[in-house]
Ligand binder design. Structure first.
Ligand SMILES: Nc1ncnc2c1ncn2[C@@H]1O[C@H](COP(=O)(O)OP(=O)(O)O)[C@@H](O)[C@H]1O
Ligand SMILES: [Mg+2]
Length: 454
């Protein structure tokens, strides 16, 4: 077969000179024997050329075969061999093309791996959906957040509506959804239709961002504004009411006027305290990100603040016990804020402690160990009053949280004292521990680090 092909090619090449020679012999222009010899030579030359040509074509085919298998050494080997100069040039061009192609493929592969790694490590859960809306791929965050529940998440009606809408206008669509499983979460889902589709058939991306924390913060802010307005409105309403009474029914009743003015004074004071506490809170929040660094002698500060409370202690026939260590030195702190911490804790102990009870203020060096873990100073205020039922303890530092609303109001409390304490302790990178139970007094311990770092 191969031989027949070779002979055919040789004959085709030799046909014109052979025919020319035959014509010369027939017309008698050339002698028989030399013409026969010439014809044999022509045939031989054509055969040799055909063999070379067939071999080179075979080599070119091999070059292409190796290139299609991305086997660069194979390409180089085959491309080095053609004997005919034109074929050799062609083979070298093929080799160059194969090399360029291979390096492009390498770069493409690297790029693909890089984008896959980015998708995989994206902190937000990301799903790739196929044309049938089924999940083709899920990144690590998605697997960690939803695991086997991904199918259930995709069945959420609002999410499905968003995906359908994205498909309809071939764009992106956002949905806010609440997921009850595996834990209650608020999620912002963004469906992004991809046109053209991804190489793996991915037709849309679904990014699911967990908004649970942001929602909680938003709710807290809204609650805070509502609570603060409510706390201010109550004394304001009372003031407005008394003003009307003083102008009307009590206009000619001096003893009633004196009584009402005393209540009005008290209500105005309450508003004043509330505004002071609100301003304190927002001032502390403004600087909370940066730990204070001014050196403060905590022992001296504690003694000064305690002395200021003597009259109130005496008024309730309580006893103030001071246990202040002598050689504490200074710690990095904000003196005004520490004064506020001690003031608020002593105020609570006196206010909520019992008549003739004992209020104890201790300031000591903490060596560091189980709690607190690092060396520093602890300030503790303890009373032997009715204490706080254990269930309330974790919530005491929330703004406006009071165990007994009526009692706190009657005592002039704003419900912000411990929230302020907590923020100041955070500002100092310290810790607050509350130990109390119904009937067994209350103890508030603040630990402040001895060094400014962390
Ligand atoms: N030493 C204490 N003994 C009993 N209850 C306390 C004590 N300290 C705080 N509490 C409770 O914690 C609540 C929150 O305290 P705080 O934030 O200082 O607000 P306020 O003193 O203005 O009511 C108080 O209303 C009170 O119910
Ligand atoms: Mg208080």
């Amino acid at each position: 077969m191969r031989l027949a092909l070779l002979l055919g090619a040789a004959l085709a090449m030799a046909f014109v000179p052979l025919a020319g020679l035959a014509a010369l012999v027939l017309t008698g222009a050339a002698a028989g024997l030399p013409a026969l010899l010439a014809m044999a030579a022509v045939l031989l030359a054509a055969l040799a050329l055909a063999v070379l040509w067939a071999r080179d074509v075979e080599l070119l085919a091999e070059t292409l075969r190796q290139a299609s298998h991305e086997n660069l050494p194979g390409v180089a080997r085959a491309a080095a061999a053609p004997a005919l100069p034109a074929m050799a040039r062609l083979a070298r061009t093929m080799e160059r093309l194969a090399r360029a192609q291979a390096s492009r493929a390498t770069r493409l592969g690297e790029g693909l791996r890089a984008s896959e790694a980015i998708i995989e490590r994206l902190p937000d859960p990301l799903l790739v959906l196929g044309p049938d809306r089924a999940v083709l791929r899920a990144n690590a965050a998605a697997r960690a957040a939803f695991g086997a529940d991904i199918a259930a998440v995709l069945r959420h009606p609002d999410l499905r509506a968003a995906i359908e809408a994205a498909w309809r206008h071939r764009g992106s669509e956002v949905a806010e959804i609440d997921l009850p499983v595996p834990v209650a979460r608020a999620v912002q889902a963004m469906a992004i239709y991809l046109d053209p589709a991804l190489a793996d058939g991915g037709q849309a991306l679904l990014v699911l961002s967990d908004r649970t924390r942001e929602r909680a913060v938003e709710r807290m802010r809204a609650d805070f504004v509502a609570n603060a307005s409510h706390e201010l409105r109550t004394p304001l309403a009372s003031l407005i009411g008394f003003i009307a009474t003083l102008r009307g029914p009590a206009a000619d009743d001096p003893p009633a006027q004196q009584r009402f003015l005393a209540i009005m004074d008290e209500q105005a004071e309450r508003m004043n305290r509330l505004i002071d506490d609100l301003l304190s809170l927002s001032r502390i929040e403004l600087v909370e990100h940066q730990a204070p660094s001014e050196p403060v002698d905590v022992a001296a500060l504690a003694e000064r603040i305690a002395a200021g409370f003597e009259p109130r202690i005496a008024a309730r026939r309580q006893r103030l016990e001071l246990a202040i260590a002598g050689d504490l030195g200074t710690i990095p702190a904000d003196a005004d804020q520490l004064a506020q911490v001690l003031g608020n804790l002593l105020d609570n102990a006196i206010k909520y402690g019992r008549d003739e009870g004992v209020v104890r203020l201790s300031v000591a060096a903490a060596a560091g160990g189980r709690w607190p873990a690092r060396p520093g100073v602890t300030l503790a205020v303890t009373d032997d009053g009715p204490g706080i039922p254990r269930a309330h303890v974790p919530r005491l530092t929330e703004r406006f949280y009071r165990v007994d609303q009526g009692r706190s109001r009657a005592a002039g409390g704003t419900g912000l004292g411990l929230a302020i304490v907590k923020h100041i302790v955070n500002h100092h990178r310290g810790q607050l521990a509350i130990d109390s139970d119904a009937g067994s007094g209350a103890s508030f311990t603040v630990w402040l680090p001895a060094t400014a770092d962390k």
